[in-house]
Ligand binder design. Structure first.
Ligand SMILES: NC(=O)c1ccc[n+]([C@@H]2O[C@H](COP(=O)([O-])OP(=O)(O)OC[C@H]3O[C@@H](n4cnc5c(N)ncnc54)[C@H](OP(=O)(O)O)[C@@H]3O)[C@@H](O)[C@H]2O)c1
Length: 372
């Protein structure tokens, strides 16, 4: 059942155009984004399936206890409410973006804007496929508004500025995230399972081709002297690096992919098993309920990294340094959302730096470390 609670019934409709809806406002990203946008004076409306938990999360984020919330328990029901009330911007943090993003983003059109934190190939690709529709509708849709995609996309954009199209690009994402005590959560569990089932991808001669998940393991030395390992993955970062650079050869790695030799050998088998719908559902359910202990972030900084190579052998390398990866994600989404709410942004479907420029990463609190 879908229902809407208005504390100010007379003003609700006319005020709707100023509203920013946060779908998944009780989740980790949703809570962080809500708090940031409330602090910036935007009219924020939590959207989700439990009124009690949304009121509690909203109050913690600085909303009054009697603030409006929208109750909806699926992307389709969220979409119905959007069509009815026409909020100015909808932030989708409910996860399973390959399925939920097109449904919610379409409901925002015409005229409304949309933001999510997707970072898998299918979800980012599906959202970007709405570009022409969004242009016609005068809506700006931004996917990957988080550490992943922006932390690597912004570095590639910076390194390519004022230069010809490069031949080869590699991006590496190494987030550092403090763990909250509780459960892993279904949204994150679904992202992990989807990454395993998607396998690997890379661009060869401009074509997206299958590669091995966990290919190309890297030992990365960060500018602050710390280090981490990463390995190949099919990510939204891969798509964004290709689009922003135009390079025909692009690879992407992530520190989320295990690099231990035995596990790397088992990854493809695990991916195939989890492609079976029943096993996928079971894995997402079990993993989502898995208890996690609070832990500080493993490294002081999260790093986005890119190496860009031109046909004449010229090579440039750069980093984006951020703090906690989850905090940076909430900062990126809040920054993008505020800009869209204020009318900044070109109609179309974009990754964050493509929509709002590479310096969005510094506005959101990151720092570039470039070799040029
Ligand atoms: N790109 C990046 O760098 C980046 C960074 C961080 C996270 N992410 C992604 O962002 C997503 C959110 O992450 P998170 O850690 O905030 O997840 P989370 O804590 O599990 O939060 C998910 C939120 O969505 C809500 N939700 C889930 N299913 C729903 C449904 N059917 N109807 C209505 N609401 C529903 C949950 O509500 P309930 O309280 O009712 O469960 C919760 O509020 C994940 O997909 C994650 O992978 C991306």
């Amino acid at each position: 059942m879908t229902q809407t609670s208005e504390t100010d019934g007379t003003a609700g409709k006319s005020r709707a155009n100023d509203e920013v809806w946060i779908v998944g406002a009780t989740g980790r990203v949703g809570r962080g984004v809500t708090a940031r946008l409330v602090a910036r004076g935007l009219t924020v409306v939590p959207v989700g399936r439990s009124r009690e938990r949304m009121v509690a999360a909203g109050t913690e984020a600085g909303l009054p206890g009697d603030a409006k919330v929208v109750i909806a328990d699926s992307a389709e029901r969220v979409a119905d409410e959007i069509v009815r009330e026409r909020p100015r911007v909808v932030v989708n943090t409910m996860g399973a973006f390959a399925a939920t993003a097109p449904v919610i983003a379409r409901a925002c059109m015409p005229g409304g804007h949309y933001v999510d934190q997707a970072n898998d190939v299918v979800a980012v690709d599906r959202l970007l496929a709405l570009h022409d529709e969004a242009v016609r509708a005068g809506s700006t849709l931004v996917t990957g508004a988080g550490f992943g995609v922006l932390a690597t996309e912004a570095v590639v954009a910076k390194l390519c500025e004022g230069r010809p199209t490069p031949h080869r690009v590699r991006v590496d994402a190494v987030g550092s995230v403090a763990v909250e005590a509780g459960v892993l959560g279904a949204a994150l569990a679904a992202s992990i399972v989807d990454a395993l089932t998607a396998g690997g991808r890379q661009y060869e001669n401009g074509r997206l081709v299958t590669s091995r998940l966990g290919a190309d393991p890297q030992q990365l030395m960060f500018p602050d002297g710390e280090s981490a390992t990463s390995a190949g993955v099919a990510s939204g970062e891969l798509l964004a690096a290709h689009v922003v650079s135009g390079a025909p050869f692009v690879t992407a790695t992530s520190a989320l992919v295990p690099t231990a030799p035995l596990i790397r050998v088992l990854l493809p088998l695990l991916g195939r098993l989890l492609s079976v719908p029943t096993l996928r559902r079971l894995a997402v359910d079990r993993l989502g309920r898995a208890p996690v202990k609070a832990a500080p972030r493993p490294r002081e900084h999260s790093w986005g990294h890119a190496v860009v190579e031109w046909a004449d052998g010229t090579l440039h390398e750069g980093w984006l340094r951020a703090g906690d990866g989850m905090d940076f994600t909430a900062d990126v989404t809040a920054t993008v959302t505020e800009l869209l709410a204020r009318g900044v942004g070109t109609p179309g479907a974009w990754t964050p730096a493509a929509a709002l420029g590479a310096d969005l990463a510094t506005t959101a609190g990151g720092t570039f470390v470039l070799d040029c």
